[in-house]
Design a protein around this ligand. Sequence first.
Ligand SMILES: Cc1ncc(COP(=O)(O)O)c(C=O)c1O
Length: 393
Amino acid sequence: MTKYDFDSSIDRRNSDSGKWTRYPDDILPLWVADMDFRCPPPVIDALHDRVEHAVFGYAGDPAELRAIFCAHLAEQYGWDVAPEAIVFLPGLVSGINVAARTVGAPGDGVLVCTPVYGPFLSSVDLQSRSLRNAPLAASANHHNGQDALYYEMDFAAIEQATTADTRLHILCNPHNPVGRAFNRRELETLAEHCLRHDLVICSDEIHCDLLLDGAQHIPIAALDPEIAARTITLMAPSKTYNLPGLGCSMAIIPDAELRKRFQRAAAGIVPHVNVLGLVAAQAAYSQCADWLEELQRYLTDNRNFTLQFVKQNMPALAITIPEATFLAWFDCRNAGILGNPYDFFLNNARVALNDGAWFGPGGKGFVRLNFGCPRATLAQALERMAEALSANR
Ligand SMILES: Cc1ncc(COP(=O)(O)O)c(C=O)c1O
């Protein structure tokens, strides 16, 4: 028996949803990374109570949320973080850009591993830094009788891309779009590389709770205090509890000097977090563990459903087996599609995915699908995609 309903479809077309209003009504949107589920009941209750109060002044320091979040980090990862190490932000993309401004000077190198979430790349440009790209290594992996795509960090490429003027590494863990929850060995090797080259790490861990099939998340800063001292870790309740429109996230910066520089780079530009975002975050981190467990099971089933469907009905597509996130990454290069697969599926299947090219080098010919939706919506989208592919033969 499940306590929460992830199966019912909620009409978001007449809401303020970017996901559901960008395309005409006959298009099924499985693109931008929010989910089509109601957020957990304790969050809704806490928001109701706060709205009833009816005064929405500036927020004070959220001391209780700091304490709750630190307890969460200790319990989940055995990571002891002092409450003052947390800097609240209205969004992770702000955090990435502030990190890029904080570290080094214009022209300095920023190491990234593509394909990766587009704003990693744009932050390098917007903050006048230089891109040092070490593409992830992709290989075919056989899993349950299915050829799957598997991505790993390529440490030879990382070494080569790290020039003398490289100051910052922006890490995505778990990784959007390839779905890896990087393991301890990979993270330790990366951490050792960053130490050796004196790189600051900005670790975007926004997807850290969306673990599938019992996967484990390891914050890179939790490996060792020496690594924590050079790391800006970005986390948020937004993906996990489906609250991205409420704009509350956290930068965890244990080193006081680095934190001061980060706060200075944000000052006067990045606004404070709004009171509703703080209230929602507190309820999410303190009262929603059972909801999250059910969500993880539902997303794991959606992932498995997608894998099975693709194997049976779209075998020309190669697909990742996400260990975390609600995002699947499809290699469409052998599917006989002329032109861009994003356009193909939009026009022929009436399904909106993300164009792989947005994720930088290594993304062309790929699409990303968001399976954070009721199973019936997912099934309908996949059926339409399979029909479009078979009509194309
Ligand atoms: C890896 C990653 N970082 C950041 C974000 C966006 O964060 P925010 O909405 O808090 O700016 C997303 C959203 O898809 C993401 O996947």
